[in-house]
Every structure is written in structure tokens, then in C-alpha cells.
Design a protein around this ligand. Structure first.
Ligand code: URA
Ligand code: SF4
Length: 181
């Protein structure tokens, strides 16, 4: 099984799907390799593509704020995405792109072996669990193929909606209670 460092090197050079042609930087997962939780978003946006790091733009600021409100430091956790390269104009990644990239996420999960995987938003929910309707299903814990998942909204949804930020904060408190047990 590849180490996180090896996965990172593979992602950085990857040409397994067409997103490699338009990216500035591939965006491997980042964070604490001993984290009890992995957060999974959709795909890098403009800031992430520019910096080569996940969740460093506006959505990332919301995520950091929600984590901090629950007493979770970003340095303590690991964050990644379903696809590691930015889709042009932030379009939703295609099924083919998600499949081409899925081995990296699987390897990250196996290598870090967290207590729980936090799925953020409909794209990650659909890709990983085949689910939809995040609004209805957020807050749930799901066991699937030996892994435990927690479902929540995408942090980008909270940028212009304060009520949703409260929802995200509430969900982060639940994650905190699970990982601190
Ligand atoms: N949105 C995502 O889904 N992932 C990022 O890394 C940034 C924004
Ligand atoms: Fe490779 Fe994933 Fe980037 Fe496609 S999105 S080029 S599969 S790292």
C-alpha cells in the first residue's frame, strides 16, 4: 500500500483524466496522518488550484471556522477531495473523472485508517455512498464496507447562508464528540 507521501507524489504528476490538462496544480490531501477523521470535499476550486492545497479559499475559511467552533484544530485533521484537480469553471466533476481519481481517496482512507470519514456535500456523498439529497441526510452516520461515515453539507453552501453555517457548526460538534470518545 502506498504511503501518504507516495500518494501525494502520484497525484502531483497524475495524468489519469483530462483534468490534468487544465489544472495549475494538482491538490493532494493534506493534514495530520494520525487524524481520527478524514474530511472529503468535491474538488479543488480556484484558490486550491493556485496553491496546491485543499480548502484554502472562501469555503476553506468557513470549514476552519466551523471546526474551531467545535474545538477541532485544522492541524489535527486530514482534508482531501473526491477529485484532486480543479474542473474548469468549478463544474461538477464527471463520473469518469471521479472514477479515474477514486484509487487515491481509497488509498488515503486505508493509510490513515480514521475512526470516521466526514463526507461534505452532494458530490462526495454521491461518489462515495451513492447518496443524494444532502439536506435531508446530513447529520447521519452510515456504515459502509467496513468504514464509518458522517454526512454533512458542503462548506461552500454556508458562504452566503448563516443558518447553514450554524448547521455545519452543529455537525462539527458531533464529529468532535465522536473522535474524542
Ligand atoms: N471546495 C471543495 O470541494 N474542495 C476544496 O478543496 C475547496 C473548495
Ligand atoms: Fe489524476 Fe485525479 Fe487529477 Fe484526474 S483529477 S488527473 S485522476 S489526480
Amino acid at each position: 500500500m502506498p504511503s501518504i507521501e507516495e500518494i501525494k507524489n502520484q497525484v502531483t504528476k497524475c495524468t489519469n483524466c483530462q483534468l490534468c490538462e487544465t489544472r495549475t496544480n494538482a491538490v493532494p490531501g493534506k493534514g495530520n496522518l494520525h487524524s481520527k477523521v478524514i474530511f472529503v470535499g468535491e474538488a479543488p476550486g480556484r484558490s486550491e488550484d493556485k496553491n496546491g492545497e485543499p480548502f484554502v479559499g472562501a469555503a476553506g475559511k468557513k470549514l476552519t471556522a466551523a471546526l474551531e467552533s467545535a474545538g477541532i484544530a485544522r492541524e489535527d485533521i486530514y482534508i482531501t477531495n473526491v477529485v484532486k484537480c480543479r474542473p474548469p469553471n468549478n463544474r461538477i466533476p464527471s463520473t469518469g473523472e471521479r472514477e479515474a481519481c477514486s484509487n487515491y481517496l481509497e488509498s488515503e482512507i486505508k493509510e490513515i485508517n480514521p475512526k470516521i470519514i466526514c463526507i461534505m456535500g452532494n458530490t462526495a456523498y454521491g461518489s462515495i455512498l451513492g447518496g443524494n439529497n444532502i439536506t435531508k441526510n446530513r447529520g447521519r452516520i452510515v456504515e459502509h464496507l467496513g468504514n464509518r461515515y458522517f454526512i454533512t453539507i458542503h462548506p461552500a453552501a454556508t458562504i452566503y447562508n448563516h443558518e447553514l453555517l450554524d448547521v455545519l457548526k452543529k455537525d462539527m460538534k458531533k464529529i468532535a464528540s465522536i473522535i474524542k470518545k
